[in-house]
Design a protein around this ligand. Sequence first.
Ligand SMILES: [Zn+2]
Length: 290
Amino acid sequence: MLRQGLRLLLTACVALFAVASLGKNANDNSKNISPWPGGAEVAVVLTYDDALDSHLDIAIPQLNAHKLPGTFYLSGARPSIRARLAEWRSAAAAGHELGNHMLYHPCRKSLAGRDWVKPWQDLDHYTLEQFVDELQTTNSLLAAIDGERTRSFAYPCGDMQAGGEDIVASLKRHAVAARFGSADGQHAIDDGNFYQLESFDALGKSGDELIAVVEAARAENSLVGFMFHGVGGDYLTTSAEAHRVLLDYLAAHPDVYWVATVRDAVAQLQRFQGGQQRKSEPLASTAREN
Ligand SMILES: [Zn+2]
């Protein structure tokens, strides 16, 4: 009886070990497949919201010093668009993406902590048609600045409803991707939903804390996003020092960290996912194509 029990236990242990080894090999294989250019281990998108002066004064000069691209989500009615239009145009010419963050930065006033939302910015009182109108007008404004036709979007306040209606279906006709906030900022490489592109809120974080977010994503080969507001000034601020430390770190190993605009990172991941899809299709369908 005892011997039979021992044999059973041994069989179970061998089976468990085999399953564990299989799992390990599967993980190891997946880590060998990098969707990122040059076999980089992680893609990093640096995004900046609300068209703030500190982007033009601090963030962009720091990015340019390392030739790293950022994605700037502009709200068309912000003062810096009127006062510093030529500088935004120069930023786009230097390789930064200008993204759509609406004209009036509408947010849902009915949610907690939204006392600051003015009645005319209240997304709860928009119609879907009004939302789409403003979305398209912002695309036109941005095209007049940078001449681009492909545009990504960032949800003001992360809100995805206008007048109680879901905005995502409409958004898909006017933007290639849409960014919102999330805890770890990671978008998995097999995730085909580009209208909930993750980003880590860099508010108040140190350089080391930002680097830790990149390293966690590196372990997964994922696409990691950062959301900045003020950099060394304005509001919801990340210090200029923390921002610089992160950029220094990323720029030191371009073979490991692929820093891209949202537009480029999404296009790259879509190509990769399309390739993976074709590989997994049965041979018969390939034959039919030929
Ligand atoms: Zn915003």
